[in-house]
Ligand binder design. Structure first.
Ligand code: ATP
Ligand code: MG
Length: 272
């Protein structure tokens, strides 16, 4: 599969703060998720990917080009919606969005206005919008350009449930469309099931794999009790061993994605 975005040994420090520490991964077609807790380096990575920041070491490439040095090569193919949108303050939503509308993408303009629920605020100036609507406008402009790759940072931050659902749905549909890939940066997976998942933790890549390879649906947790102590056991072999030694199963649960993350982060915390 063609690689859309590659990070190779990328490091970035701000003074003494290590934001990214030798990060490497590859993202391919479809919905790619870059997940990590607050402060794990996600936005720093995005700023490098959109050419706003130069890494101290390593290389990011998008469709084979370095965004810092060769931005003009990718500018028509990629669009970004930043975590904190900085849009012109005194322009109306309509004028702003019409700026990215062309004959070719007129249909996506109309559907983005509808999908993001912007019909009633088209005549408002950006500075007078609430945080959630600023976010919606910023996402809408990124969607309108019909890019080959759309990178969105925390698309659900500041949004109400209805907008979250609409945007989840749009992200899902778009990622299934041929020739459109997405990188969604978030600390919260929500209801989306990505094709590929990369996890950053304290500036390091702790996982980068196809979601289906992770086999969440097959893994079960067994809650076991022995000598008044409770254990969680995640594989049958060790369950059998424990039962032989007198442990009792007190509950069984399908291991969800959030449990998986919690365990993974706890392990990283111990390592540090
Ligand atoms: N311009 C900057 N100057 C100094 N430190 C910075 C700067 N930008 C980011 N950092 C630091 O780098 C680390 C990573 O920050 P980053 O914004 O990339 O995290 P994040 O994963 O996007 O977090 P969040 O989920 O809160 O958006 C943090 O410790 C942050 O304080
Ligand atoms: Mg961030």
């Amino acid at each position: 599969m063609e690689s859309i975005l590659t990070a190779k040994n990328v490091s970035k420090k701000f003074g003494k703060t290590v934001a990214l520490d030798n990060v490497s991964f590859q993202m391919t077609e479809g919905l790619n998720m870059l997940l990590g807790p607050n402060g794990s380096g996600k936005t720093t990575f995005l700023r490098i990917a959109c050419g706003l920041l130069r890494p101290d070491e390593g290389k990011v490439s998008i469709f084979g080009h370095d965004p810092f040095k060769e931005y003009s090569e990718i500018k028509d193919k990629v669009s970004f919606a930043l975590q904190k949108p900085h849009l012109p303050q005194n322009i109306t939503v309509k004028d702003f969005l019409e700026g990215v509308k062309t004959e070719k993408n007129a249909r996506s303009y109309n559907s983005a206005v509808k999908a993001f629920g912007l019909e009633d605020i088209l005549d408002k100036k950006f500075k007078n919008l609430s945080g959630g609507f600023k976010k919606r406008v910023s996402l809408a402009q990124a969607f309108i350009g019909k890019p080959d790759l759309l990178v969105v940072d925390e698309p659900f931050a500041n949004l109400d449930i209805e907008a979250k659902l609409r945007i989840s749905d749009m992200i899902n549909k778009l990622s299934k469309r041929e020739n459109t890939s997405l990188v969604m940066i978030t600390h919260d997976l929500g209801s989306l099931k990505p094709d590929h998942l990369t996890i950053l933790y304290a500036g390091k890549t702790i996982l980068s794999d196809y979601y289906d390879e992770l086999g969440f649906d097959e893994i079960k947790s067994f809650y076991v009790k022995k000598d008044d102590e409770k254990y969680v056991i995640n594989n049958r072999e060790s369950l059998h061993k424990n039962v032989k030694k007198g442990a009792k199963i007190i509950d069984v649960e399908k291991r969800g994605f959030e449990d998986y993350l919690k365990e993974k982060f706890e392990k990283e915390e111990i390592k540090r």
